[in-house]
Design a protein around this ligand. Structure first.
Ligand code: ZN
Length: 252
C-alpha cells in the first residue's frame, strides 16, 4: 500500500462534508465467515435453489431444516468483528462517516459499534413474521427448529417465520434501499470496502457516487468492477488497510 496515496485518500475523507461507506463479503471473511460467491464459497456446497423464496413458500419445513444447517456453517463458531469493522465504527463515532451500507447479514458492524447500518440484504440474526411483520432474535428460533419445530411460527399470530434476510427471488427492502440511495447521493466521498462491486444494486451505489463527483476510495484484495473509476484503489487486506486509513483521517 502506497503511503502517500493513503494520506491523500485520508485527506479526501477528512475534508468531505458527507462520507458514505459500503461493505461486502471481504469484510466478513476476515472474521472467519465463509464467502458465498467465491469459487469455494458456500454456494459451491449448497444449492441456491434450496434458499429461494419459492422453496420457502412451497416447502417451509425443508427450507427451515436446510437454513439451520446453513446458519450453523455460517455462525457455528462464535464470530467477532475484526479491525476493519472496528475502524469503520471508529470513523463513524469520530464524525467522519455519515452512513454505512452493508451487503453482509452477520450483524458484525453493530457488534463493532456501528450505529444503525443500512442492511440492504437483511440480517441473519433476526427472523421476521410473514404475517404481523414483527421481528425476533433468530437464535431461539433456530433452537426450536433444532428441537423439531419446523417450520417455526410466530408466537403472536401463528404465521410462518422467515429469516430476516433477502432470499433469492425476493426484492431488496425498499426502506433500506431508499436510505442507501439518499446517503449515496449526498456523499462527496464514498468508501467501498471488501466488495468486488459486481452484485447489483450495491455495485451501482459507488458508481452513482463517482458520477456525482464524489471521491471514490476502494479497499479490496482484488481488482473490482469500478477500480477504473476510483480515485484511490487499494488492493490489499481490508483488516490492515482500514485501520491505517482511519488512523490517518483522525491524525489531524
Ligand atoms: Zn406474527
Amino acid at each position: 500500500m502506497n503511503e502517500r496515496e493513503l494520506e491523500f485518500a485520508a485527506a479526501a475523507i477528512r475534508d468531505a462534508d458527507s462520507v458514505a461507506a459500503l461493505t461486502g463479503a471481504g469484510v466478513s471473511t476476515a472474521s472467519g465467515i465463509p464467502d458465498f460467491r467465491s469459487e469455494d464459497g458456500l454456494w459451491s456446497e449448497y444449492d441456491p435453489n434450496d434458499f429461494h423464496v419459492r422453496r420457502f413458500r412451497a416447502d417451509p419445513e425443508g427450507f427451515w431444516r436446510d437454513r439451520l444447517t446453513l446458519a450453523e456453517d455460517l455462525f457455528g463458531d462464535a464470530v467477532d468483528p475484526n479491525p476493519a469493522h472496528e475502524a469503520l465504527a471508529e470513523l463513524e463515532s469520530a464524525g467522519h462517516l455519515d452512513g454505512l451500507i452493508t451487503q453482509n447479514v452477520d450483524g458484525l458492524h453493530q457488534d463493532a459499534g456501528s450505529d444503525d447500518p443500512i442492511e440492504i440484504h437483511g440480517n441473519g440474526r433476526r427472523v421476521v413474521c410473514t404475517g404481523c411483520k414483527r421481528r425476533f432474535e433468530a437464535d431461539p428460533v433456530f433452537e426450536r427448529v433444532r428441537d423439531g419445530e419446523a417450520p417455526p411460527t410466530c408466537d403472536d399470530c401463528e404465521d410462518l417465520l422467515k429469516p430476516d434476510v433477502v432470499l433469492f427471488g425476493e426484492q431488496l427492502p425498499e426502506h433500506a434501499l431508499f436510505r442507501a440511495q439518499s446517503l449515496t447521493e449526498s456523499a462527496d466521498a464514498f468508501l467501498a470496502v471488501g466488495s468486488s462491486l459486481t452484485v447489483e444494486p450495491a455495485a451501482s451505489l459507488p458508481r452513482v457516487a463517482a458520477e456525482n463527483g464524489a471521491t471514490l476510495v476502494i479497499v479490496n484484495l482484488d481488482r473490482t468492477e469500478l477500480s477504473g473509476q476510483a480515485e484511490y484503489d487499494f488492493r490489499t487486506d481490508v483488516t490492515k488497510a482500514l485501520p491505517r486509513l482511519v488512523e490517518e483521517v483522525l491524525a489531524e
